[in-house]
Ligand binder design. Structure first.
Ligand code: 5GP
Ligand code: ZN
Length: 119
């Protein structure tokens, strides 16, 4: 991947982002269009299209994404009141950027898990 992928370009420093945490393998930065008072995207630096590909291809890297998400949740003061960690995946999941990212959302009650029930 690389130049065709928006989040690879953020990792490469070619597109600016408000980075809140960086490790050897992960990057966490604020969503450009926040849907909650805290809305941080947590990604592996290495390109994987979605969470299924990541979890099956490199489980240790998937764990790094979770660990960085937890550290950011702590930094942002979300551990007491709680937060939501979400991976939109594929067409039905509403994924728009095909470099896997965890949405870390918090800072206010987030409402129901889905905008409307589908079952
Ligand atoms: P998805 O729908 O793929 O789960 O979420 C993609 C997210 O990336 C959206 O919440 C969108 O606001 C965010 N996003 C899209 N382009 C950029 C960008 O250039 N910079 C940042 N920081 N976030 C972006
Ligand atoms: Zn990428």
């Amino acid at each position: 991947m690389g130049s065709d992928c928006l989040f690879c370009r953020i990792v490469a420093g070619e597109i600016p982002a408000t980075v809140v945490r960086e490790t050897d393998t992960t990057l966490a930065f604020r969503d450009i269009d926040p849907k909650a008072p805290v809305h941080v995207l947590v990604i592996p630096k290495e390109h994987y299209a979605d969470v299924a590909t990541l979890a099956q291809g490199d489980p240790a890297l998937a764990a790094d994404v979770l660990a960085t998400s937890a550290a950011v949740a702590e930094d942002e003061g979300l551990l007491g009141d709680g937060f939501r960690l979400m991976f939109n995946t594929g067409v039905y999941g509403g994924q728009e950027v095909f470099h896997v990212h965890a949405h870390l959302l918090g800072g206010a009650p987030l409402g129901p898990m889905l905008a409307r029930g589908l079952a």
